[in-house]
Design a protein around this ligand. Structure first.
Ligand code: CAO
Length: 415
């Protein structure tokens, strides 16, 4: 038995944010029915195509464990089938541009009329306010949610991150909202609307930067390396380069091989509690008792110079040697692992976080499996569906149409 077994999802999502959410729910056992436009499907099927004629990795890696039905929901017959799906399912998940579902005739009021237990979950770029009608993509959310203004180096422009915090981050938020609403429905018997705006989700992930904004109003942020360098602060939380966000000085330093390997670096934290271990490791035992170095406040104005010394040591070791030496001493550090290294990492393969999946059109490919592990609800990653692969079985088995009715629906061009 899977955790969400028996939950039926009407998956009206596309691109990345919504599909991330429904893929997680499918991994937890929900029956995820992806509704796609006939002949077209989710736009990502044909974006960044790497195998001619096959669904792209963009699509296949975001739509595991789902079933696909094609349906033109702007035509009368398609609308009738969609009504049946609304009545049959527990959750409708969508991330259309604002107003698209209303224009189709499926307002929240109409959905409630059809199924008062329905949970309607949406990703939108913005919540209510001046930008609520805007279409939004990943980097727009990173910029409007506070991430870009606080990412990058002090003397450089705002920077977006590789982690898809706008899309996948919002999908995660929405998934939590959905299971929470399902839990409440157990008691209330009613559905509800769940909204995860991308701006709000990114801001939630940037919570510590709003913390710093308020601290900044009371004085300079002493743990930022900018402080140690004597550079004055402005009005807003600045970009902090590779400073650690938690108050313990940290930085990315070079390791052996950095001249040729762009990822021969390690994140090194001079955690106060293990300062003496740090001094021993980097060959500066005299700093342990020196009042200029012995306490965190004394070190504040020389953090950059301390990391230069750390780097002199790390440059003599590979990033994994640094990890092996520091971990037993409780010195926190993180080797910069490339996508290639992660793809090949045996422990991630063993845990099912990196999985090899077979696909009839493209053959085997790598995907990221479910990153959340439930001990009593094991995840088996299945390939993404071909466009409309399950149209007949959904019309018949889920919605109860007879073979004649299915033939008529097909003749109408609705699927
Ligand atoms: N049958 C018939 N019509 C369908 C359909 C179906 N099965 N599925 C979708 N459509 C229609 C929609 O009804 C809409 O029609 P109208 O514009 O006439 O109302 C149309 O297809 C286009 O949908 P869209 O506006 O959502 O798609 P888009 O490519 O123009 O915009 C996006 C894409 C992502 C910018 C927009 O959907 C959006 O802002 N979504 C919310 C935020 C979000 O999730 N962004 C992250 C996306 S991942 O980077």
């Amino acid at each position: 038995m899977k955790a969400l077994e028996g939950v039926k999802i009407l998956d009206f999502t596309h691109v990345q944010s919504g599909p991330t959410c429904t893929q997680l729910l499918a991994w937890f056992g929900a029956d995820c029915i992806k509704v796609e436009r006939p002949g077209v499907g989710d736009a990502t099927r044909k974006q960044l195509v790497d195998v001619e004629g096959a669904d792209s990795l963009y699509f296949t890696m975001l739509n595991h464990n789902k079933r696909s039905i094609t349906l033109n929901t702007k035509e009368e017959t398609g609308k009738q089938v969609l009504e049946r799906l609304v009545k049959e399912c527990d959750v409708l998940v969508e991330n259309f541009a604002p107003g698209a579902l209303d224009r189709m005739g499926f307002t929240w009021e109409r959905i409630q009329e059809l199924n008062p237990r329905m949970i309607m979950a949406s990703v939108k770029g913005f919540g209510p306010g001046p930008y609520e009608d805007c279409k939004v993509y990943e980097n727009v959310a990173q910029c409007t949610g506070g991430s870009a203004s606080t990412t990058g180096f002090l003397d450089g422009p705002p920077t977006v991150t590789g982690a898809q915090i706008g899309d996948s981050g919002t999908g995660l938020h929405l998934a939590l909202g959905i299971v929470t609403a399902l839990y409440q429905r157990e008691k209330s018997g009613r559905g509800q609307k769940v909204l995860a705006p991308m701006q709000d989700s990114v801001l939630n992930l940037c919570r510590v930067k709003l913390r710093d904004q308020q601290r900044l109003e009371k004085g300079p942020l002493e743990e930022y390396s900018q402080f140690g360098k004597g550079i004055p602060f402005g009005e807003a939380t600045p970009r902090a380069g590779n400073d650690s966000g938690g108050g313990q000085p940290g930085w990315i330093v070079k390791c052996k091989g950095w001249e040729t390997d762009p990822n021969a670096y390690v994140y090194f934290i001079t955690q106060a509690a293990v300062w003496k271990n740090v001094c021993d490791v980097i060959g500066k035992p005299e700093w342990k008792e020196d009042p200029e170095y012995a306490t965190p406040p004394a070190r504040l104005n020389k953090v950059a110079a301390i990391f230069d010394t750390v780097e002199e040591w790390t440059k003599t070791k590979t990033k994994l040697e640094v990890m092996d030496i520091c971990n037993p001493l409780n010195i926190p550090c993180g080797p910069i692992l490339s996508m290639k290294e992660l793809a090949e990492e045996p422990s991630l393969r063993a845990s099912g976080t990196i999985v090899e999946v077979d696909h009839p059109e493209r053959g085997p490919y790598l995907s990221v499996g479910c990153p959340v592990k439930l001990s009593d609800s094991e995840v088996e990653v299945e390939r993404s569906p071909l466009l409309g692969e399950h149209t007949d079985e959904i019309l018949g088995d889920v919605l109860g149409y007879s073979a004649d009715e299915i033939a008529q629906i097909k003749q109408s061009g609705a699927v």
